[in-house]
Design a protein around this ligand. Structure first.
Ligand code: GLU
Ligand code: MG
Length: 451
């Protein structure tokens, strides 16, 4: 029986009503991985499930500032509908909003009856289906960092870091977090049941990292998406700003979105493990790594999706700068953590926190699959401290360079699909163009007085 069958919907409604739920918040990711949503009164859930909720397709083409970008299928097509059908299998209570449960929605284009080409969740589904055709089931563990800010009308941007204490690197407790933000957030996230495991204060003052457990790639992307939305929402309840932008402050490091990736076969065994092979890593693991290294320039367009993202890259940042890999080496873009056997995996440190979880996972898995299919071999691992441009190629250092690399990588865009790529690139090139037209603080400070 599917989740849209009437008896199934009735059962969900009875359970929700018994739990005191009277509103279901149906959410889905847009192109930039932020939440679009509608609150549906419980009595109207059957109609939402049967007919879907109508949204304008241009929701995918809207900039963070609310402008509608000219992306094919939006403005040019007369701003048509998309339909969002609640996926009741993803229902979970919102612990901080009594009476409200939330679920994800699946997005179709009513004109074709097919998933909307921009739908990040469907893009990931397509890539995972391709993996399944080759007997591979990717497993992902997301790690996300973010900064917490307090409102400050005197600060140039209206927000200042919640704490600017230095040296409170990888700590927990009041030393770095005087208001116990982390404990409160962890407990509410635990009650939301999205597989949050632990957290700590990160490297820079007011920066936190919270880890999610690993699971099948789609489930992990769903949880990372819901996690980011929840953390931002919880901060707003306190009048604060939690930001996952890549590098919000000049005087602090950036925020990463590290992905731990392994792969199971049909029997549920980790295909990256091979105790008899060099470094205990199977041929499949080596090929997958080689694929990620080979497609890294294009992957940055998805893993590092903003103009700001490229300010996080650089030598001596703990973020990457070069396209390299190493054994338990945090100065490399791709790190193989020390565990082996069933826990054999990579940690891709490329992505920044602003990445859309679905696109980051889809791009990473697609690059790994291409490497496996091509039987590519990675170069020798990085030895010692990295960040030496004489040893490894440099990543694209601007969003434009990354989008160029994505368009040039026809193997990767072949897997992601022509329509998705065209929409994504059109949307992002508009972002770059708006940035280039804008006079920044830096330009005024640098030039105004002297020139
Ligand atoms: N903040 C670093 C990044 O942007 C990562 C720090 C760490 O190793 O946890 O990727
Ligand atoms: Mg970290």
């Amino acid at each position: 029986m599917s989740a849209t069958d009437t008896p199934t919907v009735s059962r969900h409604m009875e359970r929700l009503a018994a739990e005191g739920i009277d509103v279901v918040r149906v959410t889905y990711p847009d192109l930039i991985g932020t939440e679009r949503a509608r609150d549906v009164l419980l009595d109207h859930l059957p109609s939402a499930v049967e007919h879907g909720l109508a949204f304008c397709r241009a929701v995918y083409h809207t900039s963070p500032q609310g402008d509608t970008v000219a992306v094919p299928g939006g403005l040019d097509a007369g701003l048509p509908d998309i339909r969002v059908v609640p996926d009741l299998g993803t229902l979970t209570a919102l612990p901080w909003e009594p009476g409200v449960a939330t679920c994800l929605g699946d997005v179709t284009d009513p004109a074709t009856g097919q998933p909307a080409p921009e739908s990040p969740r469907d893009l990931l589904r397509t890539v995972l289906d391709r993996c399944a055709e080759h007997g591979l089931r990717p497993v992902v563990g997301p790690e996300l960092e973010y900064f917490l800010c307090d409102a400050d009308p005197a600060a140039a941007r209206g927000w200042r870091r919640y704490s600017d204490a230095d040296g409170v690197v990888y700590t927990a407790g009041l030393r770095a977090d005087p208001d116990n933000h982390l404990l409160r957030t962890l407990r509410l996230l635990a009650a939301m049941d999205i597989g949050v495991s632990s957290g700590n204060h990160e490297y820079d003052g007011a920066q936190f990292e919270i880890n999610l457990t690993h699971s099948d790639a789609m489930d992990a992307a769903d949880r990372a998406f819901r996690f980011k939305s929840a953390v931002k929402e919880l901060a707003r309840r306190e009048g604060r700003l939690a930001t996952f932008m890549a590098k919000p402050f000049n005087e602090a490091g950036g925020s990463g979105f590290h992905l731990h990736l392994s792969c199971l076969d049909a029997d549920g065994d980790n295909v990256f493990a091979d105790p008899a092979a060099p470094h205990g890593l199977s041929a499949t693991a080596r090929h997958a790594m080689a694929g990620i290294l080979a497609h890294a320039p294009a992957l940055t367009a998805l893993a590092n999706p903003t103009v700001n993202s490229y300010k996080r890259f650089g030598p001596d940042t703990l973020a990457p700068w070069l396209i390299d890999w190493g054994l338990d080496n945090r100065s490399a873009m791709l790190r193989v953590p020390p565990e082996r056997g069933p826990a054999s995996r990579f940690e891709l440190r490329l992505g920044d926190a602003s990445a859309n979880p679905y696109l980051l996972v889809a791009g990473t898995v697609a690059a790994a699959l291409l490497g496996v299919l091509a039987g590519e071999e990675p170069p020798a691992p990085l030895e010692g401290y990295g960040y030496d441009a004489a040893r490894s190629p440099v990543l694209p250092m601007s969003l434009t360079a990354a989008l160029d690399a994505l368009e040039a990588d026809t193997a990767l865009t072949g897997l992601l699909g022509k329509d998705f790529t065209a929409s994504y690139v059109a949307y992002k090139r508009d972002e770059v163009a708006r940035f280039h037209r804008h006079v920044t603080d830096w330009e005024f400070t640098e030039y105004a007085y002297h020139l």
